[in-house]
Unconditional design. Structure first.
Length: 672
C-alpha cells in the first residue's frame, strides 16, 4: 500500500490515466493566486514553526495550502469554523486529488466522521480539533495544523490559538499555519509575535456598490424584488443573495422561482442542507439560465461560488448573543458589520466587474460596527470553561486569549457549572464534570443524560437528546399544504409538551422502519431523522464507555412520563418559567426574571403553571421554544441545591414554591 495520495503519484509518473474531469479541474486550479506563492510559502514554513497567511477569499487558501504540505504518513489537519465548509471543501479536494472522499482526504464534523486509516488530509471543524486536543493534548497524529478562517474569530479557533501555542513548545516538529481572509493583521501579529506573514494578493475586479435611498421595512421582500429586477434589467451573470436562515431562504427560493420560472436556477445554501444539494451550487447552469444562490453568510468567506456577478445584501445575519445579566444566549437576526458587508460585496467581483445591491441606505452603512465582535464576547462560556478545565487550564483568566471575555460572563459560566455539579467548591472539575466534558453537547444536556438512570429512563432521554441535537424535524410548507402539515404534527403532539412530542416522533419513525415515504406523508424531515438515529447511536457509545445504565420505565406505569420530565428537569432546572396570575410567563432564576412567551410551535394543550424550556428565541418578542410542563414541587426534589430560594427575587413563583416547601416540611415532620 502506498500512502501517497494518487495525485502525487500521477503527477510524478504518467499522466495517461487522468480522468477528463481531473484534467479540467487541474487547469483551473493551477490558476489560483496561491500557486504563485507556493515556493515562498513552503520555504517559510520550513524555516519557521508558525506562518500566517492572508489572502483574498477565493484565492485558493483552503483547498490548496493543505495540499502543498502533504507528505506520506503525515497527517495534515485543516480546521473550518463551519461544518458545511469542512464537508464541501474536503469533497472538492478529494476530487482535485482524484481520490474517494473518506480515504486519503476526509472530514470530521460533530456526529460525523468520514476518515479512515489512509487519511493524510483531514478537514475538520475547529470544535472537533478542540475535542481531539482534549483526548490527546499533544495532537500526536498531526504534523501540520492549518487554522483556517481565523478572521471569523470563533470561540473554538481562539481556544486552539491558546492551546497550540503551548503544544508547539512541546512538539518542535509540529507546524502551524494560520490563514485568514481580511485579517486584522496588527492584532494577529501582536498575538503571534515575530511570526512571518505571507500575503496573497487577490485578483478582484471592481464592484459597484448601490444603496437604497430609504431604509427598507421588510428586507425579505426587498431582497426578492431586487433579484427580479436584476434578472429583468441586468446583463447575464449569476446572483448571490444573503439571507439569515433556513426558513427564510427556502421561502425566498420558492417565491423567486414562482416569479421567474425556468429562466433562473434558484439554489438554497445553509448549514443543514444535504451534501448533494450543497454540491449543486457549484455546478454551472446552461447558457441563458441565470443561477441565483440564496445563502446564509456561509458564502461570505467560507465557500466561494465562481461566476457570481451580482450580490444582494440585506445587511442582516443571525448572530449569537449572550447577556450575562439574564444568562440568555440566543441567535438573533442582527445588523452585520462593515467588514462583513465589504466581504460580501467582494463576492461579486471574482470573475469580472460586478454590482452589490445593499438594501439599506448609505447612512445606515456608516452606522454599522466596523468589525463583528469575536464570538468569545458573545457566548455563554459554560461549555468552554468545562473544556478548558478538562484540558487542565487552571487559571482561566491567565489563559492566553486574543480577546478576553467579560469577567461577569466568566463568573456566570463558573456559576452554572457549579450548579450543574460539574465543579466543586474549589472550582475543580468533579467526576460528573469530567464525564460531562466527554459529551459533545451542552453541559445541561450532558448532565441530564448522566443522571437519567436515576429516573430509570436513559433510553428515552437519549432519544430526546438526539432529537434536540438535530433541530426542526417538522416540515411546514407555506400555502395550501400548511394545514395538512399542522394536522400531521398534531398527531404526534403530547399534551405535556414538546420534548415528549419529539420522543413520539422518534418512536414512530422507528416503528415505521425508518421509511422515507412515511416521513413524506407525515411532513417529517427524513434526513434529520436519520441523523437523529445516528446521533443517538454515538451518544449510546459514550454512555456505555462510562457504564451508564440504559433503561426505560414501564410504559404502562402512570409514572412513565413523570420520570422522563423529572430527568429533563435534572439537566435544565435553570431554564424554568412560571405562569403569573397576569397571564404571562416569567423565567424563574436566581437573581432575576424575564417576561417570556410560549413559542407558537408549542404542543401544550393548556398554559401550564410551570414549564421548562430548551431555548430562548428573540424575534418580535421573547419566546421560549421546546417547552414541557413540569410540576413546581419537583424543582425541590430534583435540584434542591439550586432552589434554596434565598437568592431568588421576590415573585409569585417564589411564594408558590415557598408554600410547596412548607407543605413538604410539615408532611415530613408528621411522618417522623
Ligand atoms: P479561499 O480559501 O482562499 O477562499 P478556496 O480554496 O476555498 O479559496 O477556493 C478556491 C477555488 O475552489 C474557488 O474558485 C472555488 O470556487 C473552488 N471550489 C471550492 N470548493 C468547490 C467545490 N465544492 N466545487 C467546485 N469548486 C469549488
Ligand atoms: Mg477558505
Amino acid at each position: 500500500m502506498n500512502p501517497y495520495p494518487k495525485r502525487k503519484i500521477r503527477i510524478e509518473t504518467t499522466k495517461k490515466t487522468y480522468s477528463a474531469r481531473y484534467v479540467e479541474i487541474l487547469e483551473k486550479w493551477k490558476k489560483l493566486p496561491v500557486w504563485v506563492h507556493k515556493e515562498e510559502f513552503l520555504k517559510t514554513l520550513k524555516e519557521n514553526q508558525i506562518v500566517l497567511l492572508v489572502g483574498e477569499t477565493g484565492s485558493g487558501k483552503t483547498t490548496q495550502i493543505p495540499q502543498f504540505v502533504l507528505e506520506a504518513k503525515w497527517l495534515v489537519g485543516c480546521t473550518q469554523p463551519r461544518r458545511v465548509a469542512a464537508m464541501s471543501v474536503s469533497r472538492r479536494v478529494a476530487e482535485e486529488m482524484d481520490v474517494e472522499i473518506g480515504e486519503e482526504v476526509g472530514y470530521t464534523v460533530r456526529f460525523e466522521d468520514c476518515t479512515s486509516s489512509k487519511t493524510v488530509l483531514k478537514y475538520l471543524t475547529d470544535g472537533m480539533l478542540l475535542r481531539e486536543a482534549m483526548a490527546d493534548p499533544l495532537l500526536g497524529r498531526y504534523k501540520v495544523i492549518v487554522l483556517d478562517e481565523a478572521h471569523e474569530r470563533t470561540l473554538a479557533t481562539y481556544l486552539l490559538f491558546g492551546l497550540l501555542k503551548q503544544t508547539l513548545v512541546r512538539r518542535p516538529d509540529l507546524k502551524l499555519v494560520v490563514m485568514s481572509a481580511t485579517l486584522e493583521a496588527d492584532k494577529f501579529h501582536k498575538y503571534f509575535t515575530g511570526v512571518p506573514l505571507i500575503k496573497v494578493p487577490g485578483r478582484l475586479h471592481p464592484v459597484e456598490i448601490l444603496y437604497t435611498r430609504e431604509p427598507q421595512r421588510d428586507y425579505l421582500e426587498a431582497a426578492i424584488s431586487t433579484v427580479i429586477q436584476i434578472h429583468m434589467c441586468e446583463p447575464p451573470g449569476d446572483v448571490l443573495v444573503f439571507l439569515t436562515g433556513e426558513e427564510e431562504i427556502e421561502d425566498a427560493c420558492r417565491r423567486i422561482t414562482r416569479n421567474l420560472g425556468d429562466h433562473v436556477n434558484v439554489l438554497p445554501l445553509y448549514s443543514t442542507l444535504s451534501p448533494a444539494m450543497q454540491q449543486k451550487i457549484f455546478e454551472p447552469t446552461p447558457d441563458q439560465v441565470r443561477k441565483v444562490v440564496v445563502s446564509t453568510n456561509i458564502a461570505e468567506t467560507s465557500l466561494t461560488i465562481d461566476g457570481i456577478v451580482y450580490v444582494v445584501d440585506p445587511g442582516f445575519s443571525k448572530q449569537k448573543l449572550y447577556h450575562p445579566d439574564t444568562r440568555v444566549e440566543s441567535l438573533l437576526v442582527s445588523p452585520i458589520s462593515q467588514a462583513s458587508a465589504d466581504q460580501s460585496a467582494g463576492r461579486a467581483g471574482r470573475t469580472r466587474p460586478g454590482k452589490c445591491f445593499r438594501l439599506y441606505a448609505e447612512k445606515s452603512f456608516n452606522e454599522l460596527e466596523k468589525q463583528t465582535y469575536a464570538e468569545i464576547l458573545r457566548s455563554n462560556l459554560a461549555n468552554t470553561v468545562l473544556n478548558l478545565k478538562r484540558l487542565g487550564v487552571e487559571n482561566l483568566l491567565r489563559f492566553d486569549l486574543m480577546d478576553s471575555p467579560a469577567p461577569e460572563t466568566l463568573a456566570r459560566a463558573l456559576d452554572d457549572l457549579y450548579h450543574l455539579q460539574a465543579l466543586d467548591d474549589e472550582c475543580n472539575l468533579t467526576k460528573t464534570g469530567e464525564m460531562m466534558s466527554e459529551f459533545p453537547l451542552d453541559p445541561q444536556m450532558a448532565k441530564m443524560l448522566i443522571v437519567s438512570p436515576q429516573f430509570n429512563c436513559s433510553n428515552e432521554i437519549l432519544s430526546i437528546s438526539a432529537m434536540l441535537s438535530v433541530p426542526n424535524c417538522f416540515i411546514r410548507p407555506r400555502g395550501e399544504a400548511q394545514k395538512a402539515a399542522d394536522e400531521a404534527k398534531s398527531s404526534f403532539a403530547h399534551i405535556y409538551g414538546d420534548h415528549l412530542t419529539l420522543l413520539n416522533v422518534f418512536h414512530a419513525f422507528l416503528q415505521n422502519n425508518q421509511d422515507p415515504d412515511w416521513c413524506y406523508e407525515n411532513f417529517i424531515n427524513y434526513r434529520k431523522m436519520k441523523s437523529a438515529v445516528s446521533v443517538r447511536e454515538q451518544l449510546v457509545r459514550i454512555m456505555l464507555r462510562f457504564q451508564i445504565k440504559l433503561c426505560s420505565p414501564d410504559f404502562n406505569s402512570k409514572d412513565y412520563y413523570v420520570n422522563i420530565r423529572k430527568a429533563l428537569l435534572s439537566g435544565y432546572f435553570m431554564q424554568v418559567a412560571h405562569l403569573e396570575r397576569t397571564g404571562h410567563y416569567l423565567t424563574f432564576r436566581d437573581k432575576d426574571d424575564q417576561v417570556v412567551h410560549l413559542h407558537p410551535s408549542n404542543c401544550l394543550d393548556h398554559k401550564a403553571e410551570w414549564v421548562i424550556y430548551n431555548e430562548y428565541v428573540f424575534t418580535t418578542r421573547n419566546f421560549i421554544r421546546t417547552v414541557t410542563y413540569i410540576r413546581g414541587e419537583w424543582l425541590v426534589d430534583v435540584a434542591p441545591h439550586y432552589y434554596k430560594l434565598a437568592n431568588f427575587p421576590n415573585s409569585e413563583a417564589k411564594r408558590v414554591l415557598q408554600r410547596h416547601f412548607k407543605k413538604r416540611r410539615l408532611s415530613e415532620e408528621r411522618s417522623c
